[in-house]
Unconditional design. Structure first.
Length: 227
């Protein structure tokens, strides 16, 4: 079983400490299934360089400079095995929206590089020099790409083989089976709201049929609500 190596390039790497140290991502790291390495953009500055500058042509905000990002990526690639299965992802509000299919594909990689965009964006020439893919967390704008990168990391790591139960991953919403079915546990009745009787019946065939129908209804309701 291979290890997924994740390199995160960020101006604020300290934001990732709780994500990497806790929950499923933390357990995956402890078990050696995933290796996460943080790269502080400021560590790649040369002398009195800045990490950002005002955009050519004028306008508001600042743009992340090319040189420190290029140095960081060069170091990552130089230290990686040749021919590894690798993707370089830049968090960007203008990129296509992240999907479950992306998490599935990234979980099968040997290396995932996540570059956290910031300010008004990243110098466009980065994509001309490296095979960078822009990906968005959603159709909204964040102050920085760290929150998006955390979401990408969590969604991907849980699908690495051995991190969670294979049956749980197979039943995920947005997977091959569509939407997950509603879940209930004890007590069977709470404040007048009861668990559906079929789930207490012990009839596994009827339970499976009920769950499939509930998944179908959830998917239909989602499709009706999409613009």
């Amino acid at each position: 079983m291979g290890v997924l190596h994740v390199d995160v390039v960020s101006l604020f790497p300290e934001m990732f400490a709780p994500v990497i140290g806790l929950s499923i991502v933390g357990r995956a790291v402890e078990r050696g299934l995933v290796a996460v390495r943080m790269h502080h953009v400021l560590d790649a500055l040369d002398g009195r360089e800045r990490a950002d500058e005002r955009p050519y042509g004028g306008g508001p905000g600042m743009v992340l400079r090319l040189e420190p990002l290029a140095r960081t990526l060069d170091a990552i690639v130089a230290g990686a095995p040749p021919g590894e299965r690798r993707r370089i992802v830049l968090t960007s509000a203008s990129g296509p929206v992240f999907r479950q299919a992306d998490a599935v594909a990234w979980a099968a990689l040997e290396r995932l590089v996540l570059i956290c965009g910031h300010y008004e964006g990243v110098d466009e020439r980065l994509a001309e020099l490296y095979p960078v893919e822009e990906v968005s967390l959603g159709e909204f704008v964040l102050t920085g790409g760290e929150v998006a990168a955390m979401a990408f990391l969590d969604a991907t790591v849980r699908l690495v083989p051995g991190v969670i139960d294979a049956g749980s991953a197979a039943a995920d919403s947005w997977g091959d089976t569509g939407f997950d079915h509603p879940a209930y546990t004890r007590p069977p009745s709470f404040r007048g709201v009861d668990v559906p009787e079929v789930l207490l019946s012990g009839d596994h065939a009827k339970i499976a049929e009920w769950r499939r129908e509930q998944s179908r209804l959830r998917a239909a309701a989602r499709n009706r609500s999409d613009p």
